[in-house]
Design a binder for this molecule. Structure first.
Ligand code: ZN
Ligand code: ZN
Length: 406
C-alpha cells in the first residue's frame, strides 16, 4: 500500500466517507486502499444476443475510479466501451457451446483490483428454438422475458403462446355415435398400461370391462351412444364433480366449443437448472413442437367414478374448456419430430423446466437403460433430456428434474 499525504483541510470530507486517517506534526496520512469491483453475474446467452455486462465498484476513500474491461478467453468480441460500467456486445456465432470471460480492472489511479465474469454462449439462437414449433400453432411471436425459477434465481425464459389446437394434424374423433361404429369413429382409452380403441363395441362392453353393471352408455334398442353434444354439456361433464345428468355419457369437447381467443402462454427456461427436489407434473409437463400442451396424468378415477369416459383421440389428446386441446399420451406418428444429431430418439418438445422431451425409443428400437425416476438422462450430444413413457401409462413423464418458471 502507498499512502497519500493530504492537507488537514481535506480530512473532514474524507473521514466522512470512511477513510482512515492518522495525524502527526500537522500533516495527515490517509491509508489508501484499492477500490472494490464486482464484474456482475455470470450469464447464459444465445448466438446473436445483445449481452450487457454490469460492473459495480466502490472506493473507500471516495477516489475517482476508472474501469478497464478486457476479454480474457473465448471467441473475440467487441465491447461497446472498455471504460463504462455496463458495456454491451453481440454474442458471437460459435460452432459449439462456448464460455467467454471478461475481466474488469478498477483503479483509483494508484491501486487497482479486478474481477471476472463468464458468459456462456449457446450454439444456436432463440429463433432456432422458435423455428422448431409449427408456425400455425403460435399466437404472435414468442419473446424472451425475465423470469424467476422455482429455486429463486433470476433467469431468461421463452414466453410462448399456443393456439388451442395443433398445427400439424386434425384433432378427434373421440366418441363413436353407435355401438356398431368402428375404431375410425372413436379415439382411444388408457387402462392397465394398455391402449384400447374406443369403438362401438368398447362402449357396449364397458360394464364387462369394468365389471360394474352401472355402465350403460347406449340406448339398448337403437345402439345410439350418449355423448356430450353442446358446449354446456361439455363444460358440465369436464368439471371434477360431473353433473349427474351426464353420467353414462361419453365426454367430448370440440375445439369449436371454445372461445375463439382461447390460448395459453407458457414460460420455458432458456438455461435449464436442476432442482433439488423433483416436481410433480400436475401443472403440465411441457409443450410439443406441434404446438400443443403436454399434460400430466388425466384424472381417470374421477372420470370413471362418474360413469363417464373422456376418450383421447388417436394422438392421445382431448379438449377441455380450461386449456383447450392437450395430450396425455404420446402415440406414434402424430407429433412433429425433430431429429437429433447422434442417432438418438427424436425430440418432440420442451418440458416446462427447459429440458428437451424425446420419443420413448432410440432408433435401435430400445429405451435407454439409464433413465432416472423422472425418465431423464444425460448424453454427450444432448445433455440432460427426457424420454416419454409408453402411451398406456397415462403418465408421459412422472416428474420434472429441473426448475420451472414461477
Ligand atoms: Zn385431459
Ligand atoms: Zn436420451
Amino acid at each position: 500500500l502507498k499512502t497519500h499525504i493530504l492537507t488537514a483541510l481535506a480530512i473532514s470530507t474524507l473521514t466522512a466517507c470512511g477513510g482512515s486517517s492518522s495525524s502527526s506534526s500537522g500533516t495527515t496520512t490517509i491509508t489508501n486502499t484499492a477500490p472494490t469491483v464486482n464484474a456482475g453475474s455470470d450469464q447464459s446467452v444465445f448466438e446473436g444476443d445483445t449481452v450487457q455486462l454490469a460492473a459495480t465498484f466502490s472506493d473507500a476513500q471516495g477516489d475517482t475510479v476508472t474501469l478497464s474491461w478486457s476479454q480474457t478467453s473465448g471467441t473475440s468480441v467487441t465491447l461497446s466501451s472498455t471504460t463504462e460500467d455496463d458495456p454491451t456486445f453481440t454474442a458471437p456465432d460459435v460452432s459449439a457451446d462456448e464460455t467467454l470471460t471478461f475481466q474488469v480492472v478498477a483503479s483509483d489511479g494508484t491501486l487497482s483490483s479486478s474481477d471476472e465474469v463468464s458468459i456462456s454462449v449457446a450454439d444456436g439462437s432463440v429463433q432456432d428454438i422458435i423455428d422448431l414449433f409449427e408456425p400455425t400453432s403460435l399466437m404472435g411471436t414468442p419473446t424472451v422475458v425475465s423470469c424467476t425459477l422455482s429455486g429463486g434465481s433470476s433467469s431468461s425464459c421463452l414466453s410462448i403462446t399456443l393456439a388451442s389446437s395443433p398445427g400439424n394434424y386434425t384433432v378427434g374423433p373421440w366418441c363413436p355415435r353407435n355401438i356398431i361404429d368402428t375404431d375410425l369413429d372413436g379415439g382411444i382409452w388408457l387402462e392397465n398400461d394398455q391402449v384400447y380403441n374406443v369403438d362401438g363395441s368398447f362402449i357396449q362392453n364397458l360394464s364387462t370391462f369394468y365389471n360394474d353393471s352401472n355402465w350403460q352408455m347406449f340406448n339398448q334398442s337403437t345402439g345410439a351412444i350418449n355423448y356430450t353434444e353442446t358446449a354446456e354439456e361439455c363444460a358440465a361433464a369436464a368439471r371434477p364433480d360431473v353433473d349427474p345428468s351426464l353420467q353414462n355419457h361419453c365426454v367430448e369437447c370440440l375445439i369449436s366449443f371454445l372461445d375463439d381467443g382461447l390460448s395459453a402462454t407458457y414460460l420455458i427456461p432458456l438455461s435449464p437448472e436442476t432442482s433439488t427436489t423433483s416436481s410433480d407434473t400436475r401443472g403440465g409437463i411441457g409443450v410439443a413442437y406441434s404446438g400443443i400442451r403436454i399434460d400430466g396424468s388425466a384424472p381417470v378415477d374421477a372420470i370413471l367414478g362418474a360413469y363417464t369416459l373422456a376418450p383421447f383421440d388417436d394422438c392421445g389428446g382431448h379438449v377441455n374448456p380450461a386449456v383447450g386441446y392437450h395430450i396425455h399420451a404420446i402415440t406414434d406418428d402424430c407429433l412433429k419430430e425433430v431429429s437429433t444429431d447422434d442417432a438418438h430418439a427424436a425430440e418432440i418438445g420442451l418440458a416446462l423446466d427447459g429440458y428437451s422431451i424425446h420419443e420413448r425409443l432410440n432408433p435401435n428400437g430400445f429405451e435407454p437403460t439409464d433413465l432416472d425416476s423422472c425418465r431423464g438422462h444425460t448424453t454427450d450430444g444432448i445433455g440432460y433430456h427426457y424420454h416419454v413413457a409408453e402411451p398406456g401409462t397415462n403418465e408421459i413423464l412422472p416428474c420434472l428434474s429441473g426448475q420451472t418458471a414461477n
